[in-house]
Design a protein around this ligand. Structure first.
Ligand SMILES: [Zn+2]
Length: 224
């Protein structure tokens, strides 16, 4: 059952064999190619589902891009402006390939820092610096972000608004309202299977889980 006017935002991190050392906990969000294809096949024809990619992993271009194109799907890629060409990350040329293929490229910041833990100077680099670099690279204004680690509080949200961010994605799970400034996403997980896909895409979350998500989101927006 699809509730009118709500969307499901999915987040992909990495796919297939890892090409760099994982950060702590990162293996939880890495999927294999078969799992990724299973998700894409379930998304075809669903205009209420959006696919996003975080972290600018090289699997975005090597594995994801051809499979998206095969299915006529598009996605938004949130890349790290300070990590191009590092082991396992996309290059500037990769970004150009994504754009040329009709994909959207937006910001995941500069160096994958936790935005709740940064000082003003780092915030300048993570937001203004990254937006400038990506706008130059893509030839288009870049003002949409995916918040690293989904880590935010009211100070982070204030900085995003001051930096002119037009849309901020979190990792809070559940459905989102299209057009709203802050939108929840659901991350693919390493043990996803057909049941997981059904649960997420049909959003058969129990009322108790929905209530927990709502409380968690409210706390994050106001905490300092
Ligand atoms: Zn990330």
């Amino acid at each position: 059952m699809t509730r009118v006017g709500r969307v499901i935002n999915l987040t992909v991190h990495g796919i297939g064999p890892a090409e760099r050392e994982f950060d702590p906990g990162e293996d939880r969000t890495w999927v294999n190619i078969a799992q990724f294809e299973q998700v894409l096949d379930a998304v075809v024809g669903r205009d209420d589902v959006r696919i996003t990619f975080d972290d600018g992993n090289s699997s975005d271009v090597r594995i994801a891009l051809p499979r998206l194109l095969d299915r006529g799907l598009t996605a938004e890629f949130f890349v790290l402006a300070g990590e191009f060409g590092k082991p396992g990350r996309v290059t500037e040329d990769d970004v150009r390939s994504l754009l040329k293929a009709g994909m959207r490229v937006s910001s995941h910041g500069w160096a994958h820092r936790d935005w709740r833990q940064i000082d003003d100077k780092q915030a300048e680099e993570e937001l203004t610096g990254a937006h400038q670099a990506l706008s130059e690279l893509t030839g288009q204004p870049v003002s949409r972000v995916a918040i690293p680690f989904g880590s935010y509080d009211r100070h982070v949200l204030r900085r995003l608004r001051q930096a002119g961010v037009t849309l901020a994605y979190t990792c809070d799970g559940g459905k989102a309202t299209p057009g709203s400034w802050l939108q929840a996403r659901t991350s693919l997980v390493c043990d996803l299977d057909a049941n997981w896909i059904r649960r997420v895409l049909d959003d058969t979350a129990s009322p108790a889980l929905r209530a927990r998500r709502l409380v968690a989101r409210t706390v994050k927006r106001v905490r300092g």
